[in-house]
Design a protein around this ligand. Sequence first.
Ligand SMILES: [Zn+2]
Ligand SMILES: [Zn+2]
Length: 368
Amino acid sequence: MARKSKAVVLRETGQSVVVEEVMIQSPRRGEIMIKMAACGVCHSDLSVVNGTIGLPAPIVLGHEGAGVVVEVGEDVADFAVGDHVVSSFSYSCGKCRFCLIGRAVLCVDRDKASFTLADGSTPAADAAGKALNVMCGCGVMSEYATVSVNSAVKIDPTIPLDRAALVGCGVTTGVGAALNTAKVTPGSTAVVFGAGGVGLNVIQGCAVAGAMRIIAVDMSESKLELARQFGATDVILTKAGEDHTKAIKKLTDGGADYAFECIGYGAVGELAYKCLGRGGVAVMVGVAAPSDTLSIRTMTLPFEEKTLMGSYFGSCVPRVDFPRILGLYKGHKLKLDELISRRYSIDEAPKAFADLAAGGNGRGVIIF
Ligand SMILES: [Zn+2]
Ligand SMILES: [Zn+2]
């Protein structure tokens, strides 16, 4: 049945978010309705609010949520009422050539579910009956959400849902960049530029993979302190425009095996590439502005067999990687508790967005 639901809505790009009562439709064929338990407040939500990511308002925000299935639509075989699930912000159809070769983040239908469900419809409407878009086909900053089965993953019900929510975006983006994209090997050396939410997860991904030396570079001392807690063996406090290539090459016996750019600047990507040794791999994880570019010395590609590559959502296959990452958490190999800096009620959502905009460490999570 359709349900009333308090939701965090962006009415107009550039305005602050509002909490209002909306209606969420019951699930149709291939859909499930989730009673949300928690939803992370991610930088991408803020980017939708301020217009950096251009999704049309009015829109229900949220793409990093976890909850319990309360209703399933027709032809839903993989989910049942009572299942614990995490939303995936990247829709994957499971049938296209990218999905079939294990590159679900490149699904040809991915971008069809950026502000509606993949079929262009939306399950949310406001009190006046006007349709509301849903961020990333999720719209999980809401007490209830109806999503495609291709936007949700069943998880171990013993994992606390506020922690589980984080694998729906930030944690998988970082950990996956190390494990899936770069395929960091034991005994290797890695440099991570930017120790924010994503960078910290790259650092712990490198640690899980057995990297011997993990160097974190950031402009904030407090972030570097956190980086140490997440597995960085060395930290470098930097300023905008500073080049620490020499120091990094010294620490890594001639150049790093892996370097990760987790901020979203081509100029930092150039530094990441420069500090690599022979055969090194530089991974762009941060999302740069559309006009941003970078340049590298072309001849180093063949002569040193270097690689420059990108990583989207940790090159994950949600149904494989969410349970895998949560298993690492359960086995005390990965930190999630320490990522949550503050919990908010849904009524406090505007404050959560203001806190995020003001900066600071870690992740705010809305608890329903
Ligand atoms: Zn996100
Ligand atoms: Zn696909």
